[in-house]
Design a protein around this ligand. Structure first.
Ligand code: MTE
Length: 338
């Protein structure tokens, strides 16, 4: 057991001490070493996730306020050697965001052109309570939480990133799905004026970038809608102002800059499936036993690394979250449903 998130039911009165609450924007309870397995909510974890070097962003006042009110409820990876939080420069400089280009540096170079304010999100489909919501109103009713998760890309690199956001389940509950809702479909903004990758005639993606989850996956307590990372708002290249984070799935499921969340009856076709269905499936659960047709998924390069020190580690089933999520896939052939 490497990473475990506390269910609200695991919280005891004595755990919710002022110490276990998020301390300040610049000093998170991000203890990793010494936590041991299992829950650590007492607030006595090492506050060793120091974000003092992380540059200030330019978040609107409401978002700053939400961030400063974040509750530390995440349980962090417990392997102090392997699961170090990636330096902010790696997490915000080595990205996949094809709307801004295909090179890992393109998103950081070009995503500054994205206007993230004002931003609204449409919630529609099989819901009783849909509509278009200003991001601020969308976020307001929920308490921000920090979640320190591994992100494992299908390309076999990985990082540990401290996200800030709200459980997707809260948004879905508020939308009040009808009995027909079986899946959740997500869309990224389409705006070629702001997103130069969408202007490129060489692009292999049929915009918008689309992703999907089964309803039970979307409702799982690990599934996060992130609006920040490293104690600040999301940099544009990481999917500002709103992105999904599904830590037991390959990174392509974690769709960025979301403008639409639809509850639907049929399994959505996600962008990578549309491009190469024999290589990228709907489920995309991290699985070291099912290789990509063109490369092994048994190991990963954990960033930060270098040519001389590739920092190769074993990939874990469900990215180390099997205890929390494996039961959702009982009886499912994971070789067929990759
Ligand atoms: N979302 C959109 N809209 N466009 C993309 O190209 N790339 C995905 C995912 N979300 C992508 C996206 C892939 S392949 C990965 S690995 C993660 O974002 C990378 O997230 P990061 O750049 O924040 O590490």
């Amino acid at each position: 057991m490497l990473i475990k998130i506390a269910k609200p039911s695991d919280l005891h009165e004595s755990d919710v001490t002022p110490e276990s609450i998020y301390l300040s924007r610049r000093r998170f309870m991000g203890g990793m070493a010494g936590l041991g397995a299992g829950l650590a909510l007492s607030g006595h974890a090492q506050a060793n996730a120091d974000y003092s070097d992380v540059p200030d962003g330019d978040a609107p006042a409401w978002l700053k306020e939400k961030i400063s009110d974040t509750q530390w409820r995440a349980i962090t990876p417990s392997d102090p050697d392997k699961d170090k939080i990636a330096p902010f420069d790696d997490a915000s400089g080595y990205n996949n965001f094809f709307e801004f280009g295909t090179d890992k540096g393109d998103p950081a170079r070009h995503a500054g052109s994205l206007q993230t304010e004002p931003w609204s999100v449409v919630v529609d489909g099989e819901v009783n309570n849909g509509g278009r919501f200003a991001l601020e109103d969308f976020a307001k009713p929920s308490q921000f939480e920090e979640r320190i998760y591994r992100l494992r890309c299908v390309e076999a690199w990985s990082m540990v990133i401290p996200w800030l956001g709200i459980p997707l389940a809260e948004i879905i509950k508020r939308a009040d799905p009808t009995s027909k809702a079986k899946y959740v479909r997500f869309e990224t903004l389409v705006d070629p004026d702001q997103m130069r990758g969408q202007r490129s005639s060489f692009s292999i993606i049929d915009w918008p970038y689309v992703e999907g989850l089964r309803l039970d996956e979307a409702m799982h307590p690990l599934t996060l809608l992130a609006m920040g990372m490293y104690g600040r708002e999301l940099p544009n290249q990481n999917g500002a102002p709103l992105r999904l984070v599904v830590p037991w799935k390959y990174g392509f499921k974690s769709i960025k800059s979301i403008v639409r969340i639809s509850l639907v009856e049929e399994e959505p076709v996600n962008s990578w499936q549309q491009i190469a269905a024999d290589e990228y499936g709907f489920y995309a659960n991290v699985n070291p036993e099912v290789d990509h047709p063109r490369w092994s998924q048994a190991t990963e390069r954990r960033l930060p690394n270098s040519l001389f020190s590739p920092n190769t580690i074993d990939t874990l089933m469900f990215n180390g979250y099997a205890d929390e999520v494996a039961e959702m896939y009982a009886g499912l052939d994971l070789r067929k449903n990759y």
